[in-house]
Design a protein around this ligand. Structure first.
Ligand SMILES: [Zn+2]
Length: 245
């Protein structure tokens, strides 16, 4: 599912879910992924839930399309309660044990009030669902996630809390650093994960190395590393990382 689509095969005319009209109900729309030929249509236009787009069964998404099956469903979460910087800060905190009943939609018994999105996976999925110049609870998507779409917003560097789509480059055990690059960024920025904790470094190094052919999503508060066009963040928890396969 997606919160935006294109009206034309050339992907020139965008349509946001919230702007969809009755006359759009029978139209075929195009997946935001140019390499995907899914036939998409608007859903939930008349319902109390928010409208969104999904592929029709006749022509679904290509394998690996990021708009295929997203865990983010806006109606299940409390958008107004989401504060991006706070959410990322809590990803750097040690895990608290959490009961399963906290997950919306998991149990049918009793009314569970929607909660804001919280995990890196949920935040990443939310950012991918929306157009990068759109916003979620007042925050611009491209100011939360640095990916191919938002790279143009970062001509002066990457500073502050961000999720970044990265690819592994190398690691240094001496410096307890893992070095990654933003594959779509023409600027060739380098991103360094730094660790104070040896055990955590080894654990994450293993995960990153094993997934060196996949996209690695890292959440952190980014700052200049002291080297030209290189930015760093301190990794304090495994919650700051997820892999996209
Ligand atoms: Zn697609």
């Amino acid at each position: 599912m997606a919160m935006y689509v294109f009206k034309d095969a050339a992907r020139k005319h965008k349509l946001l879910a919230r702007d969809a009209q009755k006359q759009d109900k029978s139209s075929r729309f195009y997946c935001p992924n140019k390499k995907c030929n899914a036939h998409m249509s608007v859903r939930s236009l008349d319902g109390v839930s928010k409208a969104y787009f999904a592929a029709n069964q006749s022509q679904s998404h290509v394998k690996g399309c990021p708009y295929k099956s997203r865990r983010f469903q806006p109606n299940l979460y409390d958008g107004n309660g989401f504060v991006f910087d706070d959410a990322l800060l809590s990803l750097t905190m040690p895990s608290k044990s959490q009961s399963k009943s906290d997950i919306p939609g998991e149990h049918g018994t009793g009314e569970v009030a929607p909660k804001p999105i919280r995990t890196i996976r949920q935040i990443y999925s939310m950012c991918k669902s929306y157009d990068c110049s759109d916003s979620y609870n007042g925050k611009i998507i491209g100011q939360m996630l640095l990916d191919e779409r938002s790279a143009y917003m970062y001509s002066k560097g990457v500073f502050g809390w961000r999720l970044i789509e990265l690819k592994y480059r190398y690691y240094s055990s001496d410096r307890k650093e893992i070095v990654l690059v933003c594959p779509q960024n023409g600027k060739e920025y380098t991103f360094i994960m730094r660790f104070g904790n040896e055990k955590l470094f080894k654990e994450i190094r293993k995960i990153v190395y094993e997934n060196r052919n996949h996209l690695i999503i890292v959440a952190g508060e980014w700052n200049s590393s002291g080297k030209y066009n290189a930015f760093c963040t301190e990794i304090k928890s495994k919650k700051q990382l997820t892999i996209v396969k």
